[in-house]
Write a protein that binds this ligand. Structure first.
Ligand SMILES: [Zn+2]
Length: 269
């Protein structure tokens, strides 16, 4: 697989921080520009864990100083008849890789969402286990983040909760198959795998969602991210869920203070 794709996909968080800091418009992922210096190593436990992220590197300051951080426990949402995001996802080939913090599927250009008249391109999807955002105190076993970027560089993340249901979910089976490859369990360039996603089939049918402002949930915890968390979970079989947790089962940042930020629940039908 080409260096270009590998570089762009190693750590979308780092690439996005780079974009935010220097104000570069356009997609770093698409152009394959080398990401900015990766910053200090971080993890989900111990000395480099979430409680210490803000002190690991000056570029991670928002992790401790920020006031609109993600994830959150979603409570106190105000119902409003706002339009669902318009989803224009295409079937596409994806390159899946283990970046050392999650397993991430990088999208080819062509899939997008439109919210309030603003179109954002789908860059990648990755997951956290257990879920990062919670809904009314409840935590799903897996939380999937679909990361999008608008022309002005602003990010919108669609969060989808994966829960255990009684049957196999065909839409998620391509990702599950990749997660079961032994080489994808190692974080390295050699662990890439290519498959095809029907992206739209991976979202819940009911597109009503919670909307709120937040941040990246990984260092540097950059704010200015628009969050859309789907109210309806997607059900996978227990064996499918186990494919996710078999790859990562402790890559969730703890919930952060809401600090009075408004949370809206799309109550349209
Ligand atoms: Zn995430």
């Amino acid at each position: 697989m080409s260096r270009q794709i590998t570089m762009s996909s190693v750590a979308i968080g780092a690439a996005l921080v780079f974009t935010a800091v220097v104000g570069v418009a356009g997609s770093t992922a698409a152009t394959g520009q080398p990401r900015a210096s990766a910053g200090a190593a971080w993890s989900y436990e111990g000395a480099t864990g979430p409680e210490n992220w803000g002190r690991l590197d000056p570029s991670y300051a928002a992790c401790v100083d920020g006031s609109v951080q993600s994830p959150i426990d979603i409570v106190g949402a105000t119902g409003k008849a706002i339009a669902n995001p318009r989803v224009a996802y295409e079937n596409s080939q994806v390159i899946v890789e283990n970046n050392g913090h999650t397993v991430q599927a990088n999208a080819l250009p062509g899939s997008s969402i439109t919210v309030n008249g603003v179109t954002s391109q789908l860059l990648q999807m990755h997951f956290h286990a257990p879920a990062e955002n919670m809904i009314a105190g409840l935590r799903a076993p897996v939380d999937v983040h679909f990361v999008h970027k608008a022309a002005d560089g602003k990010l919108t993340v669609i969060g989808v909760m994966l829960k255990v249901g009684s049957r196999r979910n065909a839409g998620w089976q391509p990702m599950v198959r990749v997660l079961r490859l032994s080489n994808i369990h190692t974080a390295s360039e050699a662990s890439e795998a290519t498959t095809t996603f029907d992206w739209a089939a991976m979202l819940p049918k009911d597109r009503r969602s919670y909307r709120f402002a937040g941040s990246l949930t990984t260092p540097g915890c950059t704010e200015g991210v628009s969050w859309i968390v789907m109210k309806q979970p997607v059900l996978l079989s227990a064996a499918q869920i186990a494919a996710f947790t078999g790859a990562y089962d402790n890559n969730a940042r703890p919930v952060q203070p809401i600090n009075g930020r408004p949370i809206t629940l799309d109550s349209s039908s």
